[in-house]
Design a protein around this ligand. Structure first.
Ligand SMILES: [Zn+2]
Ligand SMILES: [Zn+2]
Length: 249
C-alpha cells in the first residue's frame, strides 16, 4: 500500500480541481501529524497517572471511539443517500452525487487512488482534531485523557472508513486485509452487500459495520426519516417516484 500511497501524492490523474487536490494532500498529512500529537499526549498522560489507574477505562473508551466512527460513517452516508439530489445547491455535486453514483457504479471506488479515497474525510477530520490538539493539553486530568483516547480511535476510524469501504469492494484485497475482514475488525464484503441491495436503505455504516444489525433491528434510520418527514415536512429519496429514485439510486 505504501508505494501506491506515495505515488498518489504526486499523481496528476484526477478529474477535479487541482486546488481541491492540494487541500486533500495537506489534510492527509495534517491528519498523520495530528494523530501522532494526540496519541503521544494520551500516552504521556497514562504514564504520569500510572497505567493501572485507567487500566480498563482507556481501552473501553478507545473501543467506543471506533464504534463512534462506525456510527458517524453510517450517519453521514445515510444523509447523502436520503436527502436532496445532485441538483441541491452547494452540497449536491460534492456531497450527494458521490453517494448516489456509488450505487450505480459500486466498483468505481476501486479505481480511486489513495488521495481521492481519503482526502475528503481528512479535510472534515481537521475540524475536529485541531481543537482537540489545541485545547486538550492536560492528559493528567482523567476526563481529558479519556477524550484523547476516544479521539485517537475515533479519528483513525473515520480516516480509514473510505479505505475499508474500498477494500470491501475489491475482488482481491491484500492478504492482511482479508485477515482483518475475516476477524470482523473492518467492514466485510458480506456486511456491506446488504447496503448494495435496492432500495439501498439499510446497513449504512461502513467503518467496521458492527452497528448495522443493531441499527437495522431498532429501525434507527427509518425512524429518523419518519421524524424528518412528519415533523419537519422534509422529503427524502423514498418520497420520489420509483423512476426518479432508481435513476439516482
Ligand atoms: Zn449508499
Ligand atoms: Zn459500497
Amino acid at each position: 500500500m505504501m508505494p501506491s500511497m506515495i505515488k498518489s501524492f504526486f499523481s496528476r490523474d484526477f478529474d477535479y480541481s487541482p486546488l481541491h487536490r492540494i487541500l486533500e494532500i495537506v489534510a492527509i498529512l495534517s491528519f498523520f501529524a495530528l494523530v501522532v500529537v494526540i496519541s503521544a499526549r494520551a500516552i504521556s498522560g497514562l504514564s504520569v497517572l500510572g497505567w493501572q489507574t485507567a487500566a480498563w477505562l482507556v481501552p473501553l473508551t478507545a473501543v467506543m471511539g471506533y464504534v463512534g466512527a462506525d456510527f458517524a460513517s453510517g450517519f453521514v452516508h445515510w444523509m447523502g443517500d436520503t436527502f436532496g439530489s445532485e441538483e441541491t445547491p452547494v452540497l449536491g455535486e460534492r456531497f450527494v452525487k458521490p453517494f448516489r453514483d456509488h450505487h450505480t457504479h459500486p466498483q468505481g471506488i476501486c479505481e480511486h487512488d489513495y488521495v481521492t479515497v481519503n482526502g475528503n474525510n481528512s479535510i472534515v477530520l481537521a475540524l475536529y482534531m485541531v481543537p482537540i490538539a489545541l485545547f486538550f493539553t492536560d492528559p493528567t486530568q482523567i476526563w481529558q485523557l479519556l477524550v484523547l483516547a476516544f479521539s485517537v480511535t475515533f479519528t483513525c476510524g473515520v480516516f480509514m472508513t473510505n479505505q475499508f469501504h474500498k477494500w470491501a469492494h475489491m475482488d482481491n484485497p491484500p492478504g492482511y486485509i482479508r485477515l482483518l475482514q475475516r476477524f470482523n475488525l473492518i467492514l466485510t464484503p458480506t456486511n456491506h452487500d446488504f447496503h448494495h441491495t435496492a432500495p439501498y436503505d439499510t446497513y449504512y455504516c461502513i467503518t467496521c459495520g458492527w452497528l448495522n444489525p443493531i441499527l437495522e433491528r431498532i429501525k434507527f434510520f427509518e425512524t429518523l426519516e419518519n421524524v424528518a418527514r412528519r415533523a419537519f415536512g422534509i422529503k427524502t429519496v423514498h418520497d420520489q417516484p420509483d423512476a426518479a429514485r432508481n435513476q439516482q439510486a
